[in-house]
Ligand binder design. Sequence first.
Ligand code: COA
Length: 214
Amino acid sequence: MKTTSEDQPPIVVRVACPEDDILYGDDIYRIVNTAYRTNAGWTHESHLLADDRISRAEVKSVLEDTTNPVFLAFTPTSSTTLPQKVIGTLQIDSLEHYPDYGHYAGPTHPSYTFDYSTADSVPRSEQIMLGLISVDPTLQSRGIGGKLVKAGLKYAKEVMGRKQAVVYVVFQRTELREWYQRIGFIDYGEKRPYPVLESTKQEDVHFNVLRLDL
Ligand SMILES: CC(C)(COP(=O)(O)OP(=O)(O)OC[C@H]1O[C@@H](n2cnc3c(N)ncnc32)[C@H](O)[C@@H]1OP(=O)(O)O)[C@@H](O)C(=O)NCCC(=O)NCCS
């Protein structure tokens, strides 16, 4: 029988809590690392960056972090012990606590200049940074990633009172930059260095910074 979107179980997105680690921590660990650091999904960084994206201990710690809330996407299951199955993640970092990676200077853009004073024309305490955005690769391209981002942006604006969202996208990932641009993010030409060069697999891995006024 043909499956239609009406037949699909509803996706629920909610803010995570520390107790989620016991029920869902192992799945979150698997989903994040499979999405980011294998080639299973439509966009990933396995060709650009080595090692896992997150350790199991870091999963526990981000679920306990109330300053930088995590969002989880779930779909119902038929299991009697686990009412839901986790299928996606997103973290919202308060930008004032985020490290400053400094200014970019790399070989691919030798004449690159950027007026970094414009970058924080909205105070950092009014910005949030999207991170840890992942969807189970077997369930990508069904709108789940977009739903997570929209839920996070709404929370940042309405609950945290933030004025601007920022995302750092590895420069080489054109398809991912285009995805954020379709959501409404703007690339003003700002670049930032990648902080852990030992993990990079290609020359000149660095970030393009995209911004969205909330
Ligand atoms: C980025 C990510 C979260 C998106 O999740 P998703 O559930 O696939 O997202 P959506 O279904 O909402 O959107 C997918 C879009 O990509 C498009 N797409 C699918 N395959 C594509 C491809 N091969 N090339 C370009 N676009 C493609 C879809 O058509 C859809 O388009 P739309 O934006 O017009 O709707 C997911 O791919 C992921 O986990 N990636 C690995 C982790 C990562 O890189 N995170 C971001 C770090 S900044």
